[in-house]
Design a protein around this ligand. Structure first.
Ligand SMILES: Cc1ncc(COP(=O)(O)O)c(C=O)c1O
Length: 379
């Protein structure tokens, strides 16, 4: 049995997506900028895909810039707006593609405020308001967090920013296709195809009409002169197909499986749910006290169950997750944390099998844990 519960890291490409992409490798392989029939065919498909993704965001086609994924979209949104003299507001729990981009800008003198979060992961609006400065140019706050699934009230953030004439960017890589988001929620929105059963290496930055970005890749005139490079037509077509396939029914199904899984896992002694109950439909993040996440991951892997200890990016290092640290969890709780992320393909049978194996693994590890019973270590 092989069970994939790491859909926050990436997802299986839907067969229908693969089918839609194939002709663009073998027959319709033109460059969308070429004038001949091959080019025209490619351009038509590119245009169609742009319309599909724009429609999903209630936006216009010209507001969609295709990128190589979520990381590039985040880089473009931030570096495309910020100048040396500006101030940017972000949150401590953002994805590294936002945090590390901002760190680079700080080296050039850009001023930054990192907002704190509550113990469930929400921003504090009073802190946000108090952080606005004369030179605040951009606020970048993610829609749904990749580790703990908390969903921020970005519409409220956007309204506050609009009043101050501050540009608002949101990283919607985890939420697109799982929670409602539209062009009414932000000026700039980052999305990635591989989190919604599309291919890797393709994404979008939605850019509200009237906002001009400083390009980060120079070259040809593609993507409204804001992002040079021959468009990845198979990837973009696959991205649009994956977007078309999103259904409310599957979101509801994930929500119900998520709640079932959470309730069953919390029946295990000394467990704690990280992030709020009302959360992203596919995210479950649990601390199993007194044991190490890496050991849980390895033993579950032996049983054919794929999970993650933090976000995919940090899971290869033993550095405690910056998101869990921001929630004020103590080191020992952080170390026993596992992220389970389901998808539209996850079944109840898979979860039941996983629950049995998780119980077995946790019990086994606790038996040999030197920390077991020494509760003072944790509080
Ligand atoms: C919240 C968030 N933002 C950005 C990214 C980066 O997206 P990509 O892998 O397409 O570069 C990820 C991927 O893990 C993510 O979870």
């Amino acid at each position: 049995m092989k069970i994939y519960l790491d859909n926050g890291a990436t997802t299986k490409v839907d067969n229908k997506v693969v089918e839609a992409m194939l002709p663009f490798f073998e027959e319709k392989y033109g460059n969308a900028s070429s004038l001949h029939i091959f080019g025209q065919e490619a351009y038509k498909s590119l245009d169609g895909a742009r319309k599909t993704i724009a429609a999903k965001l209630n936006a216009q086609s010209e507001e969609i810039i295709f990128t190589s994924g979520g990381s590039e979209a985040n880089n473009l949104a931030i570096k495309g707006i910020i100048n040396r003299e500006d101030h940017i507001i972000t949150v401590k729990t953002e994805h590294p593609s936002v945090l590390n981009t901002i760190k680079e800008l700080e080296k050039q003198g850009v001023e930054t405020t990192y907002l704190n979060v509550t113990k469930e992961g929400y921003i504090d609006f009073n802190e946000l308001i108090a952080s606005f400065k004369e030179n605040t140019k951009l606020v970048s706050i993610m829609h749904a967090n990749n580790e703990i699934g908390v969903i921020q009230d970005i519409r409220k953030v956007y309204n506050l920013c609009k009043k101050k004439k501050i540009i608002f960017h949101t990283d919607a890589v985890q939420s697109f296709g799982k929670a409602y988001i539209s062009s009414e929620d932000a000026d700039l929105i980052s999305i990635s195809a591989h989190k919604i059963h599309g291919p890797k290496g393709v994404g979008t930055l939605y850019v509200k009409k009237g906002i001009r970005l400083k390009p980060q890749i120079f070259g040809g005139d593609q993507e409204g002169k804001q992002r040079a490079g021959t468009e990845n037509i198979p990837g973009i077509v696959g991205f649009a197909k994956a977007t078309e396939l999103i259904t409310e029914k599957e979101i509801k199904q994930m929500e119900s499986l998520r709640d079932y899984f959470i309730n069953e896992l919390l029946k295990i002694k000394d467990t704690k749910l990280n992030g709020p109950r009302e959360r992203l439909c596919n995210n479950i993040n649990i601390s199993f006290k007194y044991i190490e996440g890496e050991a849980i991951l390895t033993l579950l892997d032996f049983e054919g169950i794929a999970v993650s200890t933090g976000s995919a990016c940090s899971s290869k290092s033993l550095e405690p997750s910056h998101v869990l640290k921001a929630l004020n969890l103590n080191q020992k709780e952080i170390h026993g944390t596992i992220r389970f992320t389901i998808s539209k393909f996850t079944t109840k049978e898979e979860l039941d099998y996983s629950i049995d194996k998780i119980k077995m693994v946790v019990e086994k590890l606790r038996k040999i844990s030197p920390l077991r019973g020494d509760k003072d270590v944790y509080r």
